[in-house]
Structure formats: C-alpha cells, structure tokens
Design a protein around this ligand. Structure first.
Ligand code: HAM
Length: 432
C-alpha cells in the first residue's frame, strides 16, 4: 500500500525548526506587549460572505483561492451554510469587533493574532496553501483617534522594532496611499476609461476586471500585461487633499522616528478593503515571494460588513517567510541551536541518577539532553556532539566521587568538574 502524504501546499513543522517558530512568536508577543496589544483568537472558518464582502469578490483571494464548502443542515430546523477556511484574519477580527460591540468601550482596540490561514495558491518557496500569519489590528471609533496618522506611523515603527528584535537585516519598507473610498472611486473611473482601448489586449481576468473593479487589474501577474499596466495612471494623482495631508503626516512621523521607507506609487495591495496608507516589507533573500508582511488602513471595512464606523489599520506577517529569512541568515552563520549539555550515563544502573542530575540542571534553567545507559560510550559521544555543546559523563566513579567528566566539543577540552560547580560551568559560553 502506498503511504499517505501531507496534502500539497501543507507541511509538518518538526524540531529543531519549531524552536525558531517559537522564538519568532515569543518575540512578537514580547514586542506587541510593549505597545499594549492584547491577543485575539478567532475561528479558523467563517461564513463565506464575510470574505466576499470584506476582502472583495473580485480579488484573487476570493475569486480563486478560498477553500469553501457547503456545510449541510443536520436537522430540519437548520439551514445549510457556505463556510470558508479563513484566507486572512482581518475580516474575522473586524467581525469579532462588531459582534462583541468592542466599539462601545470608546477605546481603541489593539489586537494581535498568530495562526494558520488557507489559500489555494500554486505552492512554491515561501508560498503554501496552509501558512501562518502573525498580525495586529488597531481599530476603534473615530473619537478614539483611530483615523490619526500617528496610528499608522506607530504600527510601522513597531514593525521596524520587531524585525530588529528578531535580527532580520536588509528588509525594505514600501509605502503608498490608496486614498479614501471617494478617491478610490474616482481612480477606478479614471482607470476604467484608460482601460477601454487597452483591456482587449490583456488577459481574460483583466478584461473582466477592467469593467467590474479596475483597481484589481493592477494585481495581474501575467508577464505580457505588465508593459500595459506600467502605462496606466497612478493612484497618487487621484488623491484628494485630505488623503494627501494624512499621508504627509504619516511620512513626517516616520522621518522623525528614523524609520526608513521607500515610496511605491503602484502599491495598491490585493485586498479591496484598503484605504489611505498601504505598505509592505520585502526581503531580497526570499526570491519571487519576497513580501515578508503587508498591511494598511481599512477605514470602511466595519461598515462593509454591517458594523458601525470603525476606521482601522493593521498588518500581517508571513511567519513561514520570517522563518525562511532567519534560516538563511543562520545558515550563513552556521549556528544551529544546541542544548547546553548531554548527560551520558555509563550503564543502565546509572539511568536513575542521570535523570536526577538532568532534573537538577533543568530546574536551574539549562537545556539538557539525557542519553541512555544502554549506549556504548562512542554512541553517546556521537549523539551528544550532534545535539549539545558539552557531554557530561556519569559513571560509578563520578557518582561516588562527585567529580564529573565534562567535554566541551568546540574546544575539545575535557575536564573534571565538581557536581556543585556543574550548573555554573554548563551555563558559560562554550569555548571555541
Ligand atoms: P496579505 O498581503 O494577503 O495581507 O498577507 C500578508 C502576508 O502573509 C504576506 O506578506 C505574506 O508574507 C504572507 N502570505 C500570504 N499568502 C501566503 C502564502 N500563500 N504562503 C505563505 N505566506 C503567505 C493580509 O492577509 C492582510 N490581512 C494584512 C492586513 C492586516 N492588512 C490590514 N491588517
């Protein structure tokens, strides 16, 4: 019988890689806490219409990439319902904001999330059908200051701080404004007119979108269409005075805080809910899927899904892509994380004292691998060298004398260490 495999575009995450995932998640939680964000967890599936209305029917995500099914009624009193695995989390967060009447607190809601998302895209490096996002949203009634350009700048400054804390070097922040809903409607009219003579030369998606939602023509990836897209009017030329003034204040605050960015007039992002500020951080080391994260303002999203006026701004980072970037950096430095020590009991009658020693060291905060007394010494050394910085040998002599033999793999030095000194010694950086 052929063995079953994980589904295309999905994968298992195994140690030691998962320790990197945990480190990234812990760094995000620690940084977001300093900005006073709290965690939200929304369901993994939602009513399909949430995404259709929130993200937009004509987007690639909704029109091509969602995992949608008809959830059958199980009783006569129930109706069947179209459900979708969430392709992103912003619509779910805003739905929860509305459902729990969070706007009635009168305060800004600062919420972050970490979790899997699902899109039926063509899998390639950095692009999966189940992928993970770490995201955050700031949303609230206008009276709470949710429209302030300072919120945009603060989010971008927080992202720069997070990437620094993680040690990701060499990313670029691309920034644009797609204007208010009225500016976008004006731009859509300009685009629609510009596309009348051009659309017949473009792909089928573009021909349709040129009529239904011209902005989405800018998401087209078909190489032959790109020279035509280059000639289209830019959204910046359709911005009204308020949107321009808002954007100037965002960039001024970033300049004052010393957060570098690059203006990118074609950055409209592939989701319909964006208004005013849009941004992406890209990284050259990622290849074709080079967006580490993306986000922007969505001042009309709450109303689009039946809620009160609640402007917001947020972002989502591709956790898979953060991992890939850090792995590439760490491969360069060749520093796979290792345990502080490996305890090798010499004989099965030393297993129990070895467990007691491991417990003592772990309680002191050290990361310890515990071998097995059935291993020959050579096998213990081989296993230890792969997983730990040092090996601690525990034989009858060591147990009775209280002097343990420790070998540091980086320096090759073997020493006798009193048991009372072992914790301190294993906590020292390994001598290379
Ligand atoms: P997005 O640009 O669609 O925005 O996704 C954000 C990030 O998720 C991307 O920059 C990328 O790193 C990662 N990502 C997207 N698709 C995949 C995939 N198939 N495989 C691996 N990683 C992927 C959003 O989702 C918005 N909800 C962001 C947002 C929050 N805007 C405002 N608030």
């Amino acid at each position: 019988m052929t063995a079953l495999k994980s589904v295309r575009g999905t994968r298992d995450l195994l140690p030691p890689e998962t320790s990197l995932w945990n480190r990234i998640e812990a760094t995000a939680r620690a940084v977001f806490a300093r900005y006073n964000f709290g965690e939200i967890r929304t369901p993994i599936f939602e009513d399909t219409s949430l995404f259709a209305r929130g993200v937009g029917e004509e987007t690639d995500i909704v029109s091509k990439e969602m995992y949608t099914w008809e959830d059958r009624a199980r009783a006569q009193s129930e109706k069947s319902q179209s459900l979708t695995l969430r392709p992103e989390n912003t619509a779910g967060v805003v739905r929860a904001y509305i459902e729990h009447k969070l706007g009635e607190t009168g305060q800004l809601q600062k919420l972050y999330y970490i979790g899997p998302q699902f899109r039926r895209e063509r899998p390639q490096k950095g692009r999966y059908r189940q992928f993970w996002q770490i995201g955050a949203e700031v949303i609230g009634p206008p009276s709470a200051g949710s429209e302030s350009p300072l919120r945009d700048a603060e989010i971008l400054e927080m992202l720069a701080t997070f990437l620094d804390a993680l040690g990701i070097a060499g990313s670029t922040l691309d920034l644009n404004s797609v204007g208010s809903a009225a500016d976008r409607a004006r731009y859509n009219d300009v685009l629609r007119a510009a596309l009348v003579p051009l659309a017949p030369k473009m792909c089928a998606d573009c021909r349709r979108r040129a009529v239904t939602n011209p902005l989405r023509v800018l998401d087209c990836k078909v190489p032959e269409d790109q020279p035509i897209i280059e000639t289209l009017p830019k959204i910046g030329d359709s911005l009204g005075d308020d949107s321009r003034a808002h954007f100037v204040q965002v960039t001024a605050a970033l300049d004052a805080a010393g957060v570098p960015y690059r203006l990118h007039p074609r950055l409209v992002r592939g989701l319909d809910y964006y208004t005013r500020t849009t941004f992406e951080f890209t990284h050259g080391g990622l290849g074709a899927q080079n967006a580490l994260l993306g986000g922007g303002r969505y001042d009309g999203l709450s109303e689009a899904i039946g809620g009160p006026k609640a402007p917001g701004i947020g972002f989502a980072m591709g956790l898979d892509r953060l991992v890939l970037t850090l792995q590439a950096q760490e491969a360069e430095r060749k520093t796979a994380p290792k345990a502080d020590g490996y305890i090798a009991p010499l004989g099965e009658n030393l297993n129990a004292p070895a467990l007691a020693l491991a417990r003592e060291l772990r309680r002191a905060g050290l990361t310890i691998e515990l071998g097995d007394g059935s291993f020959r010494l050579k096998k213990s050394f081989e296993a230890a060298e792969k997983t730990a910085l040092r090996i601690v040998i525990l034989g009858e002599d060591e147990l009775s004398s209280g002097m343990l033999t420790v070998k540091d793999f980086a320096s090759g030095i073997q020493t006798k260490v009193p048991r009372s000194d072992l914790t301190r010694m294993l906590a020292e950086p390994s001598r290379s």
